[in-house]
Design a protein around this ligand. Structure first.
Ligand code: PLP
Length: 349
């Protein structure tokens, strides 16, 4: 018997089937590909550069991002996907005795990091209509983390309500995970000048269509960024590889391309939500690149299996009581979503 082994319930990530022909709508990846500048940057990358370690501070990428977001480069920290950014943030900021607050229905990884790092936490139930209630976050706490728009609901919390939470909790860190913000809603970036306790996290996985590259970042005041860098440099200082930095920078410099695609996804989201409503589904109002929907005349697991049998992958959370009758469906290209509607009609018959 070997002693000292860790027991932990890991995060269950969406499956990544190795199929050529499928409609993959289970992990909220971007339906559209990389911009022309990213393709060029990849083609011109000199593999000999990989002889050296990557940069420690991703200055090139931070300067490009700072320009794009209208913040200072010193307000940015880059890491290996926003999962890495968030994991660093949990270690950096959640060291109080009071519980860290987050919704009972949100990004499933928050609970996993809290358990892994021994952070005291409290899962605050969402209201009946799946919204985050501001007053629940005005109580004593050791920190707060909210996804906005929330996942897996897609519901956006207006900025004035985020501000009320920041204002009431100025002695603890409030993280706003903006993984999906470019598909709808207003970013909390303008609040950074007013609130020293705000940390915003972002990813290149969704709006920038680079999930496989693994780049994410935090935006906060210099003092909080310094704490995050200290933690990053206590774990894996070279976690952002050189190729990732170069390609992410190319994406930032070609941002108009991604904005056009975000608009297409919003349009398809409206169309798809309407189609589901017409077919008797409940559909939560989403500002993200996915919708959470409940089929009313057939069981969620039957629909999930029926779609899977047709090589359409969506996300089903049978173990999460509140949404066990729902499916979370990422918004793909218009043709893909038409195929999903056709498949749903077949399964409904
Ligand atoms: C709310 C939220 N935050 C963070 C992430 C992690 O993204 P990344 O690919 O940057 O690690 C996801 C991924 O699905 C997410 O849904």
């Amino acid at each position: 018997m070997i002693r000292g082994l860790r027991k932990i319930e890991p995060y269950t990530a969406g499956v990544q089937p190795a199929k050529e022909k499928m409609i993959k709508l289970n992990t909220n990846e971007n339906a559209y590909g990389a911009s022309p500048k990213v393709h060029e940057a990849l083609a011109s990358f000199d593999a000999d550069r990989l002889r050296k370690y990557s940069t420690l501070d991703q200055a090139d990428l931070r300067f490009a991002l700072a320009d794009n977001l209208q913040v200072r480069p010193e307000q940015l920290m880059i890491a290996n996907g926003s999962d890495d950014v968030l994991s660093i943030a949990f270690l950096a900021f959640f060291n109080n005795d009071e519980p860290v607050l987050f919704p009972d229905l949100t990004y499933g990884f928050y609970k996993v990091w809290a358990d892994l790092y021994g952070v005291n936490y409290h899962e605050v139930p969402l209201a009946e209509d799946f919204t985050i209630q501001t007053e629940d976050y005005l109580a004593d706490n050791g920190g707060i983390i909210l996804t906005n728009p929330n996942a897996p609901t897609g519901i956006y919390k207006p900025l004035a309500e985020i501000e009320a939470i920041l204002k009431a909790n100025q002695d603890t860190v409030v993280i706003v995970d903006e993984a999906y913000i470019n598909f709808g809603g207003q970013s909390a970036i303008p609040l950074l000048d007013k609130y020293d306790n705000l940390v915003i996290t972002r990813t290149f996985s969704k709006d920038a269509a680079l999930a496989g590259l693994r780049v994410g970042y935090a935006i906060a005041n210099e003092a909080l960024i310094a704490v995050m860098n200290a933690v990053k440099h206590s774990i894996n200082p070279y976690s952002v590889d050189l190729l990732a930095e170069k390609l992410a920078r190319a994406a930032v410099e070609d941002w108009a391309y991604y904005q056009v695609n975000a608009k297409k996804i919003q349009k398809t989201r409206s169309w798809f939500s309407e189609q589901l409503l017409r077919r008797g589904f409940d559909v939560l109002p989403s500002q993200a690149n996915f919708v959470l929907a409940k089929p009313n005349d057939l069981a969620a697991d039957k629909l999930f299996k029926g779609l899977e049998a047709r090589n359409i992958y969506v996300r089903y959370f049978p173990k999460v009581e509140r949404i066990k009758d729902y499916l979370r469906i990422s918004i793909g290209k218009q043709e893909e979503m038409k195929a999903v509607i056709k498949a749903i009609e077949e399964i409904q018959r």
